[in-house]
Design a protein around this ligand. Structure first.
Ligand SMILES: NC(=O)c1ccc[n+]([C@@H]2O[C@H](COP(=O)([O-])OP(=O)(O)OC[C@H]3O[C@@H](n4cnc5c(N)ncnc54)[C@H](O)[C@@H]3O)[C@@H](O)[C@H]2O)c1
Length: 253
């Protein structure tokens, strides 16, 4: 077990889901010594994951919607008051919709873009002053292969656009913030076995998706968490503005 995050404070959004990338990231950060703050919109999930985290390290859970700037500012303020600062932000909160383009309502488009892209923007805007106060840190956001190749699995046009937006935002923030000590990167996973696709990820579909990779298997949550921790840690000290592909060879470009 490494201890790359001893003395660090990390904030992970969207960490409530039982089988999700956010919870696994938060737990992995805690196991390596970080004090961790998590957010999600489902109160009982926040409470459950916070208690899991507290058995490993010091942790706080906040019910907060990434679409609400005031909520994210409150989370960062509580983080700083409780743990003395903030070093790492991992933007995980997100949702996906498989709706074909012509059937996508304006409401659904707004929902997907607001959570995935605006939420990443607002959470980062809330966190950056505190990270600057510490003299720098690292931000990692969840993009998706869908933003690179135009969906094609479960995420359709709105999802794809939102994740392409996260990649552009990552580069723009890297330009502005890296000279001030904050590295900004994102990961672009292909389909991971979580609950994001709901009932659509059937056993048959999983076999089919595995065939579309060079690895012969779908990504596990752990396959995604390890690169996130790499980008959050000093091991990636010279990486910024990067989109790290985690796709098992699904998309080579
Ligand atoms: N699972 C995949 O195949 C896959 C692939 C590529 C990228 N991603 C991205 O990874 C991230 C995590 O996905 P996951 O598979 O763990 O999904 P998940 O559904 O298990 O977790 C997403 C979490 O975000 C939370 N959330 C939703 N809206 C929110 C809001 N407004 N404010 C705060 N939290 C909110 C949900 O409650 C949930 O706990 C997402 O951004 C997703 O787009 C997932």
């Amino acid at each position: 077990m490494q201890n790359r995050f001893e003395g660090k404070v990390a904030l992970v959004t969207g960490a409530g889901s039982r089988r999700g990338i956010g919870r696994a990231t938060a737990l992995a950060l805690a196991r390596e010594g970080a004090k961790v703050v998590i957010t999600d919109i489902v109160e009982e999930n926040v409470a459950r994951v916070t208690s899991e985290l507290n058995s490993i390290s010091q942790a706080i859970g906040e019910v907060a919607d990434v679409r609400e700037k005031i909520a994210m500012l409150r989370v960062v303020q509580r983080t700083v008051e409780s743990f003395g600062g903030l070093d790492i932000l991992v933007n995980v909160a997100g949702l996906s919709r498989p709706t074909p383009f012509l059937d996508t309502t304006e409401e659904e488009y707004d929902l997907v873009l607001d959570v995935n892209l605006k939420g990443t923007f607002l959470a980062t805007q809330a966190a950056v002053p505190a990270i600057l106060e510490r003299g720098g840190g690292s931000i990692v956001s969840l993009a998706s292969v869908s933003g690179q190749r135009g969906g094609g699995i479960f995420g359709a046009s709105a999802y794809s656009a939102s994740k392409a937006g996260v990649m552009g935002l990552t580069k723009a923030l890297a330009r502005e913030l890296t000279p001030r000590g904050i590295r900004v990167n994102c990961v672009a996973p292909s389909m991971v076995d979580t609950d994001i696709a709901g009932d659509l990820l059937t056993p048959e579909r999983k076999v089919e998706l595995a065939r579309g990779t060079l690895m012969g298997r779908m990504a596990t949550v752990d396959d995604v968490v390890k690169p996130i921790l790499f980008l959050a840690s000093d091991e990636s000290a010279y990486l910024t503005g990067v989109t790290l592909d985690i796709n098992g060879g699904t998309h080579l470009h």
